[in-house]
Write a protein that binds this ligand. Sequence first.
Ligand SMILES: O=C(O)CCC(=O)C(=O)O
Length: 276
Amino acid sequence: MNEREQFLFDLQGFLKVENFLTADEVGACNAAFDANWDQRQDDPNHHPDGNTYGPVRRGMFTGMLTWDKPHCQPFRDLLAHLKLIPYLNTLFGRGWKMDHSPFMLTGGKGTEGLVIHGSTARHFDDSQYYIYRNGQMRCGMIVCQFQLADVNEGDGGMCVVPGSHKANFPVTQEIRRWEQDQQVVYNVPCKAGDLVIFNEATLHGTLPWTAEHERRSLLYRYSPKTLHFAGGTYSVTQPDWVSELTEAQQAVLEPPYIYNRPLINDDGSVEKPRRG
Ligand SMILES: O=C(O)CCC(=O)C(=O)O
């Protein structure tokens, strides 16, 4: 993570990394979704409110890591992507983990949004936070959103309130519902292959989708080694398919703990110090 990127993430609470994925990587993910289109479900996280309302339910895919081969592979490859590791090592320190299963958000014109949410610094929230100290940034859960289709200005989809990870006052209901002060809400324009990394504490949400083409955003959420944000379960005994993964990918799927934790170095190698 270079100095420019560190400045921007600290300032804004999010960072866009252009051309993160190659056209082949984007193509492999899209081909896997096309081949598994029957897996599409309505997004259970259904909270449009105010101007984030849209007439069509948002679509979602999950479970891609266990899809039949070859379609699981592009998603397994992203778990500990070599280009992503240095970003996560900078934002969490060494020792971080997948928070819950990756998922893809999709939908065509008229697809609903999601009310703006996050956390502000007014109370310490130990699951979503931003701390800067002694030259280091530290974050609660982080979302990595890989765009598999273009997001042009005004198309809708993911939005952020830049700088809100440091806000000291509660956000108003009108801003959360995108009814007032819309100029503080930024719908991040992207090309397919771009990555947006944002802190879950940064106020963010979804604007209704207005474009003719379909939204395709793939979300991987990571947490520090001590934290598990989302509900549901994680296994301490890993399922069989995990043994097919690389050492770094397996390390990402470890549950939260400190001692003897496998830590991923910037070059993708893994080490196991006695204390993480
Ligand atoms: O990308 C989006 O539409 C919003 C995602 C979101 O709200 C989240 O990751 O918490």
